[in-house]
Write a protein that binds this ligand. Structure first.
Ligand SMILES: Cc1cc2nc3c(=O)[nH]c(=O)nc-3n(C[C@H](O)[C@H](O)[C@H](O)COP(=O)(O)OP(=O)(O)OC[C@H]3O[C@@H](n4cnc5c(N)ncnc54)[C@H](O)[C@@H]3O)c2cc1C
Length: 533
């Protein structure tokens, strides 16, 4: 019997487990479907490339055929195991724009304005550059400047400056606009996942029980009160009872799936799978938002471009030795070391595009081996606040089936237009003199692809996404919201959702740090509401 049961040990789940178990009289259980995070591939930053294909640490989801992307199934990697997606992500430390949180508050979500969430970002950060108005020191999440310093990353910044973009030394400071180096959630050249930051340091607390290999199958309900969770482990079924609250932190794909499996969701969807309706809640699984993105790949002459050609591999082995000796160099790379936030048109009030630059030729999430055999560099353009909306539904009522993911990217013409503008802006950067010594022909989309029609065709053929699904259990008070601003599921007592799924709108940046902030804020609200601080 526990006070609190948390489902999912990812970005949000780890900090929740930490904060809820701080008071020794609270008994906390953390259930995680995947394994421990003991692999060196998780620790060494460049291991991210292998984790993209790992059956052990990655759910390797595929979307359903995406109608506006030539009916392609889109690969949706998600972390599985302790640390969740923070154990497999690219480690970029980005909070989004202050505007995003003020917008959440404007939508009626009290307590979520930028000024109200900033203290959480600061409190859980250890900023290696030191403390200031926007940054904190002494928190668990270590934020570091890059140790790879790939020469191409600097060339990208120089070229962007030549194209007229301003330099920004801190995307999480006063302003987000401009180009520069990304900071990374790393410590001493190793990944600092949410687990490293918040779970491992307190794992021995006697009042905290962490169960791995435990796949939650449904929430136990007595009337409209959540009383625990049923899970499967090694083909056997178990139950854990929560005297106070159940908290879902399974991420934007799995938290709505678990609600649906438990009979909480749109009636039609529950009926379709013969799941008894426990509580009708139209918004569960709806409002899926994701950063749609497109790559421009340019050919170059040879190393130091990262590749798997013999010379490239030789370079990588030298880099591995350097890493073992110094914890520096390309093995510490967060893949996209530089980039920035720009506006697709001057009338945007905040940047609506993110650029990320990779010192290698990358296609299909790095899984296209033929592309990695070339010497090249890649510029990713992501649309930060797409209008298109997708959904999460069920493939079946079998809890071990993957959820059905309909991304619906590029459904809205406005998204197509903004990304089109983004390609042109990125090409302008790539055409600047700083790239003259490196530049050969464009591999993707190719120099011959110039007209708007041809570029739109390319967008539909090749666009992917930036691994930031949110919104499927959105916070709010309208009929499509799933949780209120204290993250309590509407109509059900003792049940909250706290993970990326609660974001009512996608923030303009990467989503790990914002999700950790959500977990931390959720914990404070849970403790306050239960008088158990
Ligand atoms: C490849 C990749 C690269 C990324 N790069 C970056 C980046 O550079 N910077 C950045 O800020 N963000 C990045 N992100 C996004 C960021 O990591 C996620 O937004 C964030 O980790 C989401 O946190 P979460 O707590 O919502 O879910 P997750 O961290 O995904 O955690 C959910 C956990 O719940 C578990 N779970 C799910 N269902 C069940 C169940 N039924 N029972 C038990 N356990 C369950 C999962 O196994 C998982 O461990 C990336 C993501 C990916 C996948």
């Amino acid at each position: 019997m526990f006070d609190y049961v948390i489902v999912g040990a990812g970005s949000a789940g780890c900090i929740l487990a930490n904060k809820l178990s701080e008071n020794p009289s609270n008994q906390v259980c953390l259930l995680e479907s995947g394994p421990e995070d003991s692999s060196p591939l998780i620790r060494i930053p460049m291991g991210v490339a292998s984790l993209m294909k790992s059956k052990k640490y990655n759910w390797l989801f595929e979307s359903t055929a995406s109608p506006y992307q030539n009916n392609r199934q889109i690969f949706c990697p998600r972390g599985k195991g302790i640390g969740g997606s923070s154990s497999v992500n690219a480690m970029l430390y980005v909070r989004g724009n202050a505007w995003d949180y003020d917008y959440w508050a404007e939508l009626g979500n009290d307590g979520w304005s930028y000024n109200e969430v900033l203290p959480y970002f600061k409190a859980y950060e250890n900023q290696e550059r030191g403390e200031d108005k926007y940054h904190g020191v002494g928190g668990g999440l270590n934020v570091a400047d890059g140790r790879s310093n790939h020469p191409f990353a600097k060339i990208f910044i120089d070229a962007a400056q030549q194209a007229g973009h301003i330099i920004n030394y801190d995307f999480n400071g006063e302003k987000q606009d401009g180009v520069g180096f990304f900071q990374a959630t790393q410590k001493n050249g190793e990944r600092c996942s949410s687990a490293n930051a918040f779970l491992h340091p307190i794992r021995q607390r006697p009042n905290l029980t962490v169960i791995t290999g435990a796949h939650a199958t449904h929430i136990l309900l007595e009337g409209n009160i959540a009383t625990g969770v049923e899970y499967i482990s090694n083909k056997k079924t178990f139950r854990v009872i929560a005297k106070k609250e159940v908290i879902l932190s399974g991420g934007a794909f799995n938290s709505p799936q678990l609600l649906l499996l438990s009979g909480i969701g749109p009636v039609d969807e529950l009926n379709r799978h013969k799941i008894p309706v426990k509580h009708e809640l139209e918004g569960v699984g709806q409002n899926l938002q994701e950063h749609v993105d497109i790559h421009i790949v340019t050919k170059t002459y040879g190393p130091p471009a990262v590749s798997i050609r013999p010379k490239g591999l030789l370079q990588q082995s030298k880099e591995l030795i350097r890493y073992i000796r110094e914890r520096k160099g390309q093995m510490t790379s967060c893949v996209t070391e530089s980039g920035g936030f720009i506006k697709s048109t001057p009338h945007q009030s905040v940047p609506d595009l993110q650029l990320q630059f990779i010192a290698g030729a990358v296609d299909d999430h790095g899984r296209n081996i033929r592309m990695l055999l070339k010497y090249g560099y890649t510029t990713m353009v992501s649309l930060l606040r797409p209008k298109s909306r997708g959904s999460i539904t069920l493939k079946s009522n079998n809890p071990l089936d993957n959820p059905e993911i309909q991304l619906n990217l590029l459904a809205e013409q406005e998204d197509v237009d903004s990304l089109l503008a983004g390609i042109k802006l990125a090409r302008d950067v790539l055409a600047q003199p700083a790239f003259d010594p490196l530049r050969r022909e464009e591999i993707l989309p190719g120099n011959h692809v110039q007209s708007n029609d041809a570029l739109v065709k390319y967008l539909r053929e090749k666009s992917e996404h930036n691994y930031h699904p949110v919104g499927t259990c959105k916070m709010g008070n309208d009929e499509m919201s799933v949780v209120n601003s204290r993250l309590k599921v509407h109509g059900i007592n003792n049940l909250r959702v706290a993970d990326a799924s609660i974001m009512p709108s996608l923030i303009g940046g990467n989503t790990n740090a914002p999700t950790i902030m959500i977990g931390a804020k959720a914990a404070d609200m849970i403790l306050a509401d239960n008088n158990t601080e």
